[in-house]
Design a protein around this ligand. Structure first.
Ligand code: PGA
Length: 222
């Protein structure tokens, strides 16, 4: 049976209090979470990586931790940047090249390749986002996520058939890289993506924010 990879990207959402309530609710469902037959990764905002990782450890929740971005530079005089070493203290994964980074911060393939190199230098696993099958995926990426710009946060997901076609084509060039579909995934449509052979998991935005919607999505896959 497939072990789905579920990545929750909280983006620039939540206060620390809201994050702690999410964890409280997860602790109540700990038994279910810890036997879920897939892997879960949550990517909180940078300032909460420390607290989130301590809480996850304290409650022995089987949830992996990811950052949402990383600096293209090493440690040093780069004001405001969060370097690979900083991320590595709290997380094992990092999302690079999310559509919102490309759209609002004009991140280029060249910059994103530098970010991937930094992440790999310290041993972080990279989840790399692309919008179509022609986009460049740098060497070293562990997971790619296919997400259509118009499907993100719109309630209008790409069809599982079309997502599978794009992902199959991407896998021809990157056969050992795991694949995710992202864009308006909910508890009601998640199984249709997971039933496509070439799709290894999903990247969630909105559906990961409230614990109950995240939990119902896991239940839909159990
Ligand atoms: P969404 O976000 O689930 O809110 O559409 C997905 C994403 O950012 O990839």
């Amino acid at each position: 049976m497939k072990r789905p990879l579920i990545v929750g990207n909280w983006k620039s959402n939540k206060t620390s209090t809201e994050m702690l309530s999410w964890i409280d609710e997860a602790v109540k469902q700990k038994e279910f979470i810890n036997i879920f037959p897939g892997q879960m990764i949550i990517c909180p905002p940078f300032p909460y990586l420390d607290l989130f990782s301590r809480e996850i450890l304290k409650h022995k929740l089987r949830i992996g931790i990811g950052a949402q971005d990383i600096s293209p530079f090493e440690l040093g005089a780069f004001t405001g940047e969060v370097a690979a070493e900083h991320v590595k203290e709290y997380a094992s994964f990092v999302i690079i090249g999310h559509t919102e980074r490309r759209k609002y911060f004009l991140e280029s393939d060249e910059l994103l390749s530098k970010k991937v190199a930094q992440a790999k230098r310290v041993g972080l696993s990279v989840i790399y986002c692309v919008n179509d099958e022609d986009m460049f995926i740098p060497d070293g990426v562990d997971v790619f996520s296919y997400e259509q710009t118009w499907a993100i946060g719109s309630g209008k997901p790409d069809t599982p058939e079309h997502a599978a076609l794009v992902i199959e084509n991407l896998k021809k060039l990157h056969p050992t890289v795991l694949s995710l579909y992202g864009g308006s995934v909910t508890k009601d449509n998640v199984s249709s993506y997971m039933s496509e052979n070439c799709i290894d998991g999903v990247l969630l935005g909105g559906a990961s924010l409230k614990f109950d919607s995240f939990f119902s999505l896991l239940q839909a896959l159990s």
